[in-house]
Ligand binder design. Structure first.
Ligand code: NDP
Ligand code: OXD
Length: 313
């Protein structure tokens, strides 16, 4: 039985090229196929999915498992023809978690130490001191305290930031002030100098980074969105930047990716754009969790990181 990589990708993409080589090197007997070269549909037992084309999964009658090649599954669940009895496992790896912690820490420090403003001053050759808020009072609010949010929160707390976190269910995390549920959302936002979106995209979280949320923050707060583009109402961010309610944003994910050439975010002086690179994980490091999951499935052992389709994450 075969494992199929089902992804709408550029065939020369180096991350995928490396992943394929490493999977083959580690497990020479793995019958690995890459869509659209599927062979006979009845031979496909496991799919490794990243931005999978819609409607394809249902054409594999013997499919037993879907492994997301990302931490998220929103682009898999969006398929209206997805067979509903197949477990979906998401990819969790230490390297991916560390990459996310690095990215967010960098963005928080850039904003707290006002580097975007210093870059603008540099361009006009101006030598000027800008006051900064001490990290202990520069409160960072993390939306989502899962695998990634929890690590990010702990790392920021460890380097001295005041950290708050918000999740669906209640949590107790040393050094992090925890809030949960819609009813505590505004209370959570009230003192955040920066917010970091590390939520999964679900019907409850879509559009959560909107005018109402920005208005509940202190004036001049910062936004870091590393969740999904659809968490953000783009027009609301542009208005909040115009009014000064939001002072700057660092965005890694977008409603349309790649970000269209004529999009206003590209040239906005208070927006940092990165091309969905916060935490891809290293191919050599995601091979183990993928092969372990394949083995568990084949040997009938319990699977880790199975998503709950009702919750959407
Ligand atoms: P997890 O599933 O481990 O954690 C999700 C967190 O979000 C949980 O704490 C959960 O609460 C919380 N949450 C979910 N729904 C709600 C809600 N309605 N209200 C409040 N809190 C909610 O996910 P990960 O940490 O692994 O990943 C988070 C997201 O980061 C991914 O879904 C993906 O979109 C994004 N990502 C982006 C990458 C990039 O490169 N830009 C790379 C990897 C991931 P609870 O704990 O109570 O269940
Ligand atoms: C992911 C991502 O979900 O890279 O893993 O965005």
């Amino acid at each position: 039985m075969a494992v199929l990589i089902l992804a709408e990708i550029d065939p020369t993409d180096p991350w995928f090229a490396q992943l394929i080589t490493k999977l083959k090197n580690r497990k020479a007997d793995l019958d690995l196929r890459v869509w659209p070269e599927c062979g006979k549909p009845e031979e496909i037992e496991i799919v490794l999915a990243w931005l999978p084309p819609l409607g394809v999964m249902q054409t594999f009658p013997n499919l037993k498992l879907i492994i997301s090649l990302g931490a998220s599954v929103d682009r898999i669940l969006v398929d209206p023809d997805l067979p509903n009895h197949i477990p979906i496992v998401r990819l969790v790896s230490e390297g991916k978690t560390w990459q996310m912690a690095e990215y967010v820490t960098l963005a928080v420090l850039l904003f707290q130490r006002r580097f975007m403003e210093y870059q603008a001053l540099q361009r006009s050759r101006r030598w000027k001191y800008l006051p900064v808020l001490d990290a202990r009072v520069f409160t960072v609010g993390i939306l989502g305290l899962g695998v990634l949010g929890l690590t990010v929160a702990k790392k920021l707390a460890a380097i001295g930031f005041a950290v708050r976190g918000w999740s669906r269910s209640p949590k107790a995390i040393a050094g992090v002030e925890c809030f949960h549920g819609r009813e505590q959302f505004k209370l959570f936002l009230r003192t955040c100098q920066a917010i970091v979106c590390l939520l999964p995209l679900t019907p409850e979280t879509e559009g959560i980074l909107c005018h109402d949320t920005f208005s509940a923050l202190p004036t001049g707060a910062y936004l870091i969105n590393v969740g999904r583009g659809k968490h953000l109402v783009e027009a609301d961010l542009l208005s909040a930047l115009d009014s000064g309610q939001i002072a700057g944003a660092c965005l890694d994910v977008f409603d349309t990716e790649p970000l269209p050439n004529d999009h206003p975010f590209w040239s906005h002086p208070h927006i940092i754009v990165t091309p969905h690179i916060a935490a891809p994980g290293m191919p050599e490091e995601v091979v183990d969790p993928i092969l372990d999951t394949i083995n568990c499935s084949r040997e009938g052992r319990p699977l880790e990181y199975v998503i709950d389709r009702n919750r959407g994450y």
